[in-house]
Design a protein around this ligand. Structure first.
Ligand code: ATP
Ligand code: MG
Length: 467
């Protein structure tokens, strides 16, 4: 194959692949240029190519560049086996059991390098394919290289193949584009360029079968539609209702990751609409969905929280899955708290218990890792304390490690029309006020409601049963 020094960006080169199954677009006919690609990704590509391998940028980064969005990461596909990749890069680490691939790390940037994946078993997608060279097998010899579950879900997929195989195994046509600096050509194996032009998300192959293989593709379809402002191609949309319940078989830990990706990419509010339209929100968050259906103000609250998160992403402010999950589950927490109070618990006990129970029940659908659940419960439990602080508590609350999050949460609730006594606004003004104004604001606070009073103070503190 060609060696690629690639110093002249204008140079037109012969395509390095002579494939008949791809539309090949030469450098003068497409807008992808090296200036849009991370230096580290280029380094990896050049080293692989220099060692005699094929190496291509693939997937989301090309799709995003073509749509005019700055890519958030760069994925590489190569004919080098994982061990060969590792041998070429001191900073490479092999990860994954389901899909073995190499992560090449440059400081905070990780370039994912995956070996061309072959078609597993007899589920060959419906794409034209060239005659294949002998298929290589996973290096983990003691287990089958590929495995399907009873319902046809892919459990393991470590059969390697050609670039054509690799393209056919990708999810959407817009994600099956390849680019290599060996010739600066774009290779379009599934009609992705036309779908980008027509602004539609289309699964490669038979949609129902592709969703059955991996139901998470349903979530990915909705995510890309929202993120790119695309439509779902008719058959890609039509197959969702019949296959959506397979999402219930996906391990909750994977669903947690996917939900975070779904709702924390900058178009969370639009994605929420897509999820609701296909009944997927109900499947992922049954308890919260039941509450939002009963009570439209809770629906408004979730949308406000998602819009708030979307804005933070635009403003480059940090966002955390903790805040997202705290918002998604809040309607359920409020409902459970009311039940607990009706059964005789004090408001404080009811809130603590409701938080614990709602999180425990949610674990069956999407797991909530402990580092986030602790965060969420603290943010929830601070809500009533921020709504009615005594003057003496104000300073202490402000130095609480979860104050900032709880305050943001309170503001979102207030903006959504929840009854917060206007305290979101009060805290906003208080933080901005000078010392003199702060004293006046503290003086005007309603005196406390007995919290911290003498009887309570004498009691020995007992850790709450639910915390
Ligand atoms: P983004 O990184 O913006 O979320 P992406 O398309 O790069 O989008 P990744 O999850 O990084 O998404 O996956 C990289 C590529 O791997 C995809 O573009 C797609 O080609 C392929 N891919 C990812 N997940 C699947 C899947 N479940 N089924 C088939 N192919 C997939
Ligand atoms: Mg990606």
């Amino acid at each position: 194959m060609n060696s690629a020094s690639g110093n002249d960006p204008q140079a037109l080169r012969e395509p390095v692949l002579t494939t008949t199954s791809a539309r090949i677009v030469t450098r003068d006919q497409h807008p992808v240029s090296r200036s849009q690609i991370s230096d580290n990704a280029l380094k990896v590509l050049y080293r692989l190519i220099g060692a005699g391998h094929q190496a291509f940028l693939v997937g989301g980064c090309l799709r995003d560049i073509l749509v005019g969005i700055e890519p958030k990461d760069f994925d590489i596909a190569t004919d080098a086996l994982p061990d060969e990749v590792r041998a070429l890069f001191r900073n490479a680490r092999l990860i994954g059991r389901r899909f073995r691939l190499a992560h090449v790390r440059f400081g905070r940037e990780v370039i994912e390098v995956a070996t061309f994946r072959g078609a597993a078993a007899d589920d060959a997608p419906q794409m034209e394919r060239q005659a294949l060279p002998s298929r290589r097998r996973s290096t983990q010899e003691n287990e089958p290289a590929a495995a399907l579950s009873g319902s046809g879900m892919i459990l393991r997929d470590n059969v390697y193949g050609t670039i054509e195989d690799d393209a056919a195994r990708r999810d959407f046509t817009i994600n099956a584009l390849y680019y290599t600096p060996a010739d600066f050509c774009l290779y379009d194996f599934a009609g992705g360029l036309e779908d980008i032009e027509q602004r539609r998300v289309r699964l490669i192959g038979d949609p129902a079968q592709r969703y059955r293989e991996d139901p998470v593709r349903i979530l990915r379809a909705l995510r890309f539609a929202a993120k790119l402002g695309f439509d779902l191609e008719a058959e890609t949309a039509a197959a969702i209702p019949d296959t959506a319940e397979l999402l219930l078989d996906v391990p909750p830990a994977r669903l947690f990751d996917e939900v975070v990706k779904l709702l924390l990419h900058g178009q969370g509010e639009d994605t929420f609409d897509w999820l609701c339209r296909f009944g997927i929100f109900t499947m992922l968050f049954p308890e919260a969905a039941a509450c939002t259906e009963r009570d439209p103000t809770q629906n408004t609250f979730i949308r406000t929280a998602l819009a708030n998160t979307d804005n933070r992403i635009v403003e480059d402010l940090p966002v955390t899955p903790g805040f997202l999950y705290a918002a998604l589950l809040w309607p359920a927490v409020v409902a459970e708290k009311e039940r607990q109070e009706a059964a005789g618990a004090s408001p404080k006990e009811a809130l603590v218990a409701a938080g614990a129970e709602v999180i425990a029940r949610q674990q069956a659908h999407t797991s909530v890792p402990r580092r986030f659940s602790t965060w969420m419960r603290e943010a929830w439990e601070l809500q009533p304390r921020l709504e009615s602080p005594t003057p003496r508590q104000v300073q202490r609350l402000m130095s609480h490690p979860r104050f900032r999050a709880a305050y943001d949460f309170l503001v979102v609730r207030e903006r959504a029309g929840h009854a917060t006594g206007g305290m979101g606004d009060w805290w906003t003004r208080f933080q901005a006020a000078d010392e003199h104004a702060r004293q006046a604001m503290l003086g005007a606070l309603r005196p406390g409601t007995g919290r911290g009073g003498p009887r309570r103070r004498r009691r020995r503190r007992k850790p709450s049963a639910a915390s």
